[in-house]
Ligand binder design. Structure first.
Ligand code: MN
Ligand code: MN
Length: 463
């Protein structure tokens, strides 16, 4: 049937991102294939340190070498630098001089979780617990009654650094926070959802067998300490010399009968970290020097010396400029950055917190988020029209699907990313990433088509 004049005009003038599964059917199996190693990456990298270690493996396999700040590099050279084990910068030198700007892709590898307190171990009524302090924005009630794994490092007095990972392998014990049974929860049910489980109730069960000595007041605690000592040479003060994170002991999995989604812990923002890393490793000869940063501490405001608000990125970039005789300020000014981070996918079950016309949706491609922030865009970067146009043109030239998205309806809430910190270096920046359902929960969902499309967006950016 012939289209009417109105239909043709509508097609020409209006804009509605379509489902990639319809527009580009052949991507369905390609995306599924792309996500197999992605799921393995998520299982192997449940902390920022583990992400960085995995990234180093990927980069070395792709011919990257440790960065030497005194060396001069030529087109095609590939280097990486690890920042205190928790962040990473990788660079591939492009054909154009540094002064013409670099292309930066920055994702974060920290995810919301429960950190152990510096003195976490206690016993109550012959049960031993670990006290936690949550990291990043979590909905506390979601973290009770699920299996948790223990990951982290301890720097022992003898100088050894222990790397811990317990609860991931078959046969490993897991850990758990308890909650009330419905029969006895009438009082607790009157609490607001935010207080369903309170911060000081996020106590993790670690044991219930006592040390056999009636002179000991806290025999279960002692039995746990004895176990830690026998296994690792660990004493109670060593908790203060550690960074131990409790994360969901759940593996990444396909979700849905059609297997269209990936469900996993930590997809914010390891979905962007992984796709960025793959694009960095796969970019053969970028025009502009291609730089990927995997940053830490985004979830608490990019603080600390491994967060993007630290000097390390600037130091690295200024060092690059200096070693290659480029004017650093000129280089910054001409550079482009993708602040690669997830956005909240429209959730039909909870549609009232979204504004349907300016939300991102599953399966419609990577989401370009012009601004984040709260209320009147407070705390946001707010990319310029010129830079939005540039990034859209880059994507469209390579057939990348994209959509726009605000983080929820106006005045409902808000959030921030690394974008504003990069922009403060005088670098054009915009947020781009994957739409996520149940963001910051122990099991987040993302569409395989969106993940694959985001990888293609990053490849286009580094072309
Ligand atoms: Mn994020
Ligand atoms: Mn987040």
């Amino acid at each position: 049937m012939e289209k009417t004049k109105g239909q043709l005009l509508e097609e020409e003038l209006s804009w509605k991102p379509g489902h990639i599964g319809i527009k580009k059917k052949e991507w369905v199996p390609e995306a599924a294939q792309f996500c197999e190693p992605y799921k393995a990456f998520l299982d192997a990298a449940k902390t920022e340190r583990e992400c960085v270690a995995q990234a180093v493996k990927v980069l070395e396999a792709a011919g990257y070498h440790p960065y030497d700040p005194k060396a001069t590099y030529k087109t095609g050279d590939a280097v990486y630098e690890v920042e205190r084990g928790k962040a990473l910068i990788a660079a591939k030198f492009g054909a154009r001089p540094l002064e013409e700007g670099v292309r930066l892709n920055i994702a974060h590898v920290d995810s919301p979780r429960l950190d152990l307190k510096p003195s976490p171990l206690f016993e109550k009524n012959e049960v031993a617990y670990l006290k936690t302090h949550y990291y990043g924005g979590i909905r506390k009630y979601q973290w009770a009654t699920i299996p948790l794994a223990l990951h982290g490092v301890v720097v022992l007095k003898d100088g050894r650094t222990l790397e811990l990972s317990l609860g991931e392998k078959a046969g490993d014990p897991v850990f758990c926070i308890t909650d009330l049974l419905p029969h006895l929860s009438a009082e607790q049910n009157k609490r607001t959802l935010a207080e369903g489980i309170k911060g000081e109730e996020l106590n993790i069960v670690v044991g219930s067998l006592p040390y056999d000595d009636e002179k000991i007041k806290e025999p279960v605690k002692l039995a746990i300490l004895a176990l830690l000592h026998d296994e690792y040479g660990f004493a109670e003060t060593d908790f203060a010399r550690a960074e131990i994170e409790m994360v969901p002991a759940v593996k990444a999995a396909d979700v849905g009968l059609d297997r269209s989604l990936v469900g996993a812990y930590g997809q914010d923002d390891r979905v962007c970290a992984y796709t960025a890393l793959m694009a960095q490793a796969h970019s053969a000869d970028p025009t502009y020097t291609a730089i990927t940063v995997l940053a830490d501490k985004e979830e608490i405001g990019s603080e600390g010396n491994t967060g993007i608000n630290s000097a390390y990125l600037r130091t690295f970039l200024e060092g690059l400029a200096k070693a290659h005789g480029a004017d650093a300020r000129e280089m910054f000014r001409n550079s482009s950055c993708l602040s690669s981070d997830v956005n909240a996918a429209f959730d039909p079950t909870f549609h009232t917190v979204f504004e349907a016309g300016n939300s991102c949706y599953l399966n419609k491609g990577c989401v370009l988020t012009k601004y984040t922030g709260a209320r009147g865009k407070s705390g946001s970067n707010d990319a310029s029209a010129e830079y939005m146009a540039k990034v859209i043109d880059i994507m469209e030239a390579e057939g990348v699907f994209w959509q726009i998205g605000e983080l929820g309806a106006v005045d409902v809430g808000g959030g921030g990313t690394v974008a504003k910190f990069v922009a403060s270096l005088d670098i054009d920046t915009v947020d781009l990433g994957v739409p996520i359902l149940s963001m910051h929960s122990p099991f987040e969902l993302a569409s395989k088509l969106d993940i694959y499309d985001t990888y293609r967006a990053f490849m286009a950016f580094f072309k």
